[in-house]
Design a protein around this ligand. Structure first.
Ligand SMILES: Cc1cc2nc3c(=O)[nH]c(=O)nc-3n(C[C@H](O)[C@H](O)[C@H](O)COP(=O)(O)OP(=O)(O)OC[C@H]3O[C@@H](n4cnc5c(N)ncnc54)[C@H](O)[C@@H]3O)c2cc1C
Ligand code: SF4
Length: 520
């Protein structure tokens, strides 16, 4: 087999391919799976709806990056617009544009998946050899505090001053120049994303990758998927060219990520007995912005290198959170941070002095927290889904407390001023003002909430009545359909999800490979 990457403009006529495994999506889950199958000598075809962009395209131009490398041009959001959703759509998926933070799955989360959701065989011991391999292959190493940029150092210092637990983050980089551009694509190929690591290796081993190929549905007969149907997209506009790509594979693996994977199954009339699209988790985030007298320059330097899980477990019924910092790229800050008009102009002018803390809330582990849902819009909608995520009292309580903690940390690190993410921001000039956060409005659109970690929608579990895939990642009611990405998580994680997805995919590849044997 000769591996190669094709783009949409090369597919000038309708094409039908046959292969052992069709992998839909080239992100964290799909790439690991593609390589592991290709290594076993299997004939793999990978379809990716995003474009094939490489470091030559990663020119730090934010306007181009969000509109090109992100889902819905960077404008994905829940239906009520209360939560903005940042998600990758390019060869390499989220790994091409993410911030490089790597965490193994907290053991208590895997235990919950076993005890509450009936997942079998997926514990820390089972995943450890897979993580060991991935960490070696992707150069996942600690980023020492001495190399932290000022933005991260503020979190480190504030946590230390208040006696809170703190740690440094592992990153998947090699010879990183600390440019800070991870979120718009790494121009030096230092980031060990799937784009520069496992995808090229899989292609060398014979995998065929088609970029600009948007899978519209899979067709089934009895208990089997018989074909995968994709529209070829024009790389320049991302619109369908009218050409079709059909793949007939022994086994199909859907790896489109949370939101898109359940969306594809629903378009294919595969509802998983009503479970597809349920249990969507977003790790909802609130951002606390601070201004320091000195320059912080939060747009440069390795973006995310310090964290704290001090508040991850606040007891039953209470939302816990992970603390980190985001990079403050100018365009993204202009959209995500508070204020309008002159006030906003002033914030933007002082961007070099700004720091921000993010509280990444752990959803799906509290009693009754079923998260959100994905459903289809009308037939004319091409990439948009109906994404619902009800924010309830316990979310708002968590967000309010998280903002108070962030403000305390920022003042402890020397902030002159801290601002809340409200549409009319609470402006605090010292510790004494933190109580003002209690009087602020906590409701959709009045307090901004964002998400960069989507999980669930095709939950894994012990029963077809409550989950979409079994503990081998196989769709319960079909013999040759698997889901291998973050959409199979039955809950969120409370840490950044990439390494869990990579590990689960590496572990799960054995089940997909075995199914090819059964189909032969
Ligand atoms: C700005 C940002 C920063 C982040 N930072 C971090 C971080 O520091 N650490 C971390 O652990 N995580 C981070 N994440 C999250 C992480 O990147 C994702 O959780 C992870 O990439 C998800 O993996 P996945 O395999 O589930 O899906 P993805 O990586 O999203 O891959 C899915 C791919 O499938 C394609 N696809 C979808 N539907 C179809 C279809 N119908 N046909 C063809 N192709 C399709 C998509 O275009 C996409 O490329 C970040 C995310 C963002 C957006
Ligand atoms: S910080 Fe490192 S990995 Fe991120 S874009 Fe810059 S060089 Fe690449």
């Amino acid at each position: 087999m000769n591996g190669r990457i094709w783009t949409g403009d090369e597919l000038t006529e309708d094409t039908t391919l046959t292969c052992d495994v069709c992998v839909v999506g080239s992100g964290a889950g799909g790439s690991v799976l593609g390589l592991e199958l290709a290594k076993r000598g299997l004939d793999v075809v990978m379809l990716e709806e995003g474009g094939y962009h490489t470091r030559r395209d990663f020119d730090l131009n934010e306007a181009k990056a969000y509109s090109t490398f992100y889902q819905e041009g960077g404008n994905r959001a829940t239906d009520d617009l209360a939560i903005s959703i940042f998600q990758g759509r390019t060869v390499g998926g989220g790994t091409t544009i993410n911030w490089c933070a790597c965490f193994r799955t907290p053991p208590e989360i895997l235990e919950r998946w076993r005890d509450v959701h009936g997942v079998k065989g997926l514990d820390t011991a089972a995943l450890t050899p897979h993580w060991d391999w991935l960490e070696e292959r992707l150069s996942i190493r600690d980023w020492p505090i001495e190399q932290a940029n000022r933005n991260n150092r503020i979190l480190w210092d504030g946590l230390g001053a208040l006696g809170y637990s703190r740690g440094t983050v592992k990153r998947n980089v090699r010879a990183c120049a600390a440019l800070g551009a991870c979120g718009v694509g790494c121009p030096t190929d230092a980031k060990q994303s799937m784009l520069v690591t496992l995808i090229p290796e899989a292609v060398e081993k014979g995998m065929r990758l088609y970029a600009n190929a948007s899978v519209r549905h899979v067709s089934t007969q009895g208990t089997r998927v018989t074909a995968v149907h994709a529209d070829v997209l024009d790389p320049a506009t991302s619109r369908p060219t009218g050409k079709r790509l059909t793949v007939k594979a022994k086994v199909t693996a859907v790896c489109g990520g949370a939101i898109n994977s359940p969306g594809l199954l629903l378009r294919s009339q595969l509802t998983g007995r009503g479970n597809v699209g349920k249990r969507l988790f977003l790790h909802p985030v609130v951002i606390s912005q601070a201004r320091f007298r000195e320059r912080v320059e939060a747009y440069s330097g390795a973006p995310l290198t310090v964290y704290s899980r001090q508040f991850i477990d606040r007891g039953p019924g209470k939302l816990g959170w992970l603390l980190e910092v985001p990079p403050l790229m100018p365009l993204q800050s202009a959209v995500a941070l508070s204020g309008f008009g002159v006030e906003h102009q002033e914030h933007m002018a002082s961007l070099p002095h700004a720091n921000a803390l993010i509280s990444i809330c752990l959803d799906g582990v509290q009693p009754g927290d079923e998260g959100g849902s994905v459903a289809l819009r009308d037939a004319r909608e091409y990439t948009r889904f109906k994404i619902r995520y009800p924010l309830r009292d316990f979310h708002w309580e968590g967000f309010r407390e998280a903002l108070k903690v962030s403000a305390r940390i920022q003042f402890a690190a020397g902030a002159e001023q801290v601002m809340s993410p409200h549409s009319r921001p609470v402006v605090m000039r010292g510790e004494k003002d933190i109580a003002l956060l209690d009087r602020a409005p906590y409701s959709p659109l009045e307090c901004s909430v964002v998400s960069a970690h989507q999980m669930g929608g095709c939950a894994m579990g012990g029963s077809p009545e409550t989950s979409v895939v079994d503990s081998t990642l196989r769709y319960w009611d079909l013999d040759n359909l698997f889901v291998v990405d973050g959409s199979v998580f039955p809950t969120a994680l409370g840490v950044n999800p990439m390494e869990t997805i990579l590990g689960v995919a590496h572990w799960g590849s054995q089940h997909v490979a075995a199914a090819v044997g059964r189909s032969a």
